[in-house]
Design a protein around this ligand. Structure first.
Ligand SMILES: NC(=O)C1=CN([C@@H]2O[C@H](COP(=O)(O)OP(=O)(O)OC[C@H]3O[C@@H](n4cnc5c(N)ncnc54)[C@H](O)[C@@H]3O)[C@@H](O)[C@H]2O)C=CC1
Ligand SMILES: CCCCCC(=O)/C=C/C=C\C/C=C\C/C=C\CCCC(=O)O
Length: 185
C-alpha cells in the first residue's frame, strides 16, 4: 500500500485527499517509522524527513493566517531521541532530529494557531522489532517491554495536556515530561 522508497509521495496524495473530503485538518500524527537498516539515507528519509515534510504540509493547511482553523501535530520519536542508543546510532540520530524539530517548530508556529507535541516511547511490543527482540534481554536499563496500550495512554495524556513544544517520555514505569518549557540556547 505504501511507496516505501519515498514516503513523501504518499504524504502529498494523502494530504490532498483529506482536504478534498473534509476540507480541513485538525490533527496530524507522524507515526510511520522503520528500525535500523544499513541504508542510513533511507532511514533518515522515513524517520526524519517525512516527519518534517508531513508537519510542514499539515501546517500549511492549519495556519490561521492563511484561512486554516489551527490544529495539533504529534510527532512520534523515541527514548532513543533523548538518550544515547549505541545499538542503533543512526536510528537514534533520526529520533533526536524529530525531538529537536518538534521542540523548535511548535513554539515557532504557535502564533498561527498550530501546536506541535512529541512522544518518546521506550521499548514497546510491535512489529518494528520482528526477529530482533533477542537483543533486548541483554539490555540492562529495560525492565520489560511495554504493551502498545501503555504508549496509547501516554499519547492521550500528551494530547489532553497540549503543552506546545513539549516532549513526553514513555517508560515501563510511567510517562514523564522530558521537556516542557524553554531551554537556554
Ligand atoms: N516499538 C517501539 O519499541 C518503539 C517505536 N517507536 C516509533 O513508533 C513509531 C511506530 O512504530 P511501531 O508501531 O513500533 O512499528 P511498526 O513497524 O508496527 O509500525 C510502523 C508503521 O510505519 C509504517 N511505515 C514504514 N515505512 C513507511 C513508509 N515509507 N511510508 C508509509 N508508512 C510507512 C508501516 O507501514 C507501519 O504501519 C515509529 O516511528 C517508531 O520509530 C518509538 C519508540 C519505541
Ligand atoms: C532500532 C529500533 C529501536 C526501536 C525502539 C525504540 O525506538 C526505543 C527503544 C528504547 C529502548 C531500547 C533499549 C534497548 C534495546 C536493545 C536492542 C534493541 C534492538 C532491537 C531492534 O529492533 O533493533
Amino acid at each position: 500500500m505504501f511507496p516505501s522508497h519515498d514516503p513523501t509521495l504518499f504524504l502529498s496524495g494523502a494530504f490532498q485527499s483529506v482536504i478534498k473530503i473534509y476540507g480541513h485538518y485538525d490533527l496530524l500524527v507522524n507515526n510511520a517509522g522503520i528500525g535500523s537498516t544499513p541504508d542510513y539515507e533511507h532511514l533518515l528519509r522515513i524517520n526524519l524527513s517525512a516527519v518534517i515534510e508531513g508537519t510542514l504540509s499539515a501546517m500549511s493547511h492549519m495556519r490561521k493566517d492563511k484561512g486554516g482553523r489551527g490544529g495539533l501535530i504529534v510527532n512520534i520519536a523515541s527514548t532513543t531521541g533523548l538518550a544515547p542508543a549505541p545499538f542503533a546510532p543512526v536510528y537514534a540520530a533520526s529520533k533526536h532530529g524529530v525531538v529537536g524539530f518538534s521542540r523548535s517548530f511548535g513554539p515557532a508556529v504557535e502564533p498561527l494557531g498550530v501546536k506541535v507535541l512529541c512522544l518518546c516511547p521506550s521499548f514497546a511490543n510491535t512489529e518494528i522489532h520482528l526477529g530482533r527482540l533477542k537483543y533486548v534481554e541483554k539490555w540492562e536499563t529495560i525492565d520489560r517491554i511495554m504493551e502498545v496500550s501503555e504508549v496509547a495512554s501516554a499519547f492521550a495524556k500528551l494530547v489532553d495536556e497540549e503543552v506546545n513544544g513539549s516532549v513526553l517520555g514513555v517508560y515501563h514505569d510511567g510517562a514523564e515530561y522530558q521537556f516542557r518549557r524553554k531551554a537556554r540556547l
